[in-house]
Design a protein around this ligand. Sequence first.
Ligand code: PLP
Length: 376
Amino acid sequence: MSLFNVYPLFDITPVKAKDIHVFDSNNTKYLDLYGGHAVISIGHSHPEYVKRISEQVSTLGFYSNSIQNPMQVELSEKIETLSGCSDYELFLCNSGAEANENALKLASFHNNRKKVLSFKNSFHGRTSAAVAATDNPNIIAPINAQQEVAFVALGDLEAVKKVLEKGDVCAVIIECIQGVGGLDESSTEFYQGLEMLCKSYGTLLIADEVQSGFGRTGDFFAFQKHDISPDIISMAKGMGNGFPIGGILIHPSIKSSFGLLGTTFGGNHLACAASLAVLEVLESEGLMQNANEISNYFISKARELPKLKTIKGRGLMLGLEFDFPIAELRKNLIFNHHIFTGSAKNPNLLRILPPLTIKKEHVDAFLSALKIELSK
Ligand code: PLP
């Protein structure tokens, strides 16, 4: 049987990984500045993570959600401590798309509306609110055909107001830093204005922190820089360091009831063990602080690069924008220097999403390789 071919693949087969390095089947060592789409938060195969998961699998890996699982409570408490988001409740699922689907459903149940507003160039997974990460029209098809999605430009409060004032929008969903779209971010004034508009028109505000959450930006969540309080926060990616887990944080003004949401695998014991290990290491190794420090170092050094147009993003969610398409450069970094980086919808943007354990020496290695390629 062949594989359903939806991804262009590089001819590299990783067989093992340690911290920020990945090794292929020829034992070639790669510097991983992409972390499998911002998933690897505490480094590949972190010993505490491996220990926690191994111990968990040898006792109880999974049992259904109809039985008590104290690990979910432990996880909710740890997320609260590290994020400072104390006024929320936790629902666990398995991925970013699923987290956003649950967030949208919940908003729709809450105010009995169906329309969703999202922003141009945003990406919320293969969900009702998905916006094409490429210009391929096939991938904007809503999963839930009943849900209508309107798109406006990021930063345009007037356009938001025009859509919301009709009074039929259940939720606005937003990435406070756009990931796949190319790291665009608006002003604090915009995010606070958006929050106020949502409140005025009875629309829920969903912060999609699937990519930017769990410490990646140096704050626990990217929206925290703007001092806003979303009604629902969706999370995944870095939450499990590679173990599939997602979740939503829900403001208690949205009431739970039996059967409102549901999942077979969401919040299983193994997934909780993975995410607890992530949070413990994030805390014990000061990784959010490291994200800030290395980010500052990266930005100051990258400014010296030839041909660079701008540096985008914050923390360890960064992009280098050039005035030419970076596809070839990205390939050369992989095959000539053994460095993984990422691309974005913006063809001129090289994305950097390393494990939060990255050190200055890795930044130096990357920038010297990049300089060699840029001076060719
Ligand atoms: N939301 C954002 C901001 C994302 O970047 C992604 C994936 O890239 C998703 C949602 C979807 O997550 P998943 O691929 O786990 O479904």
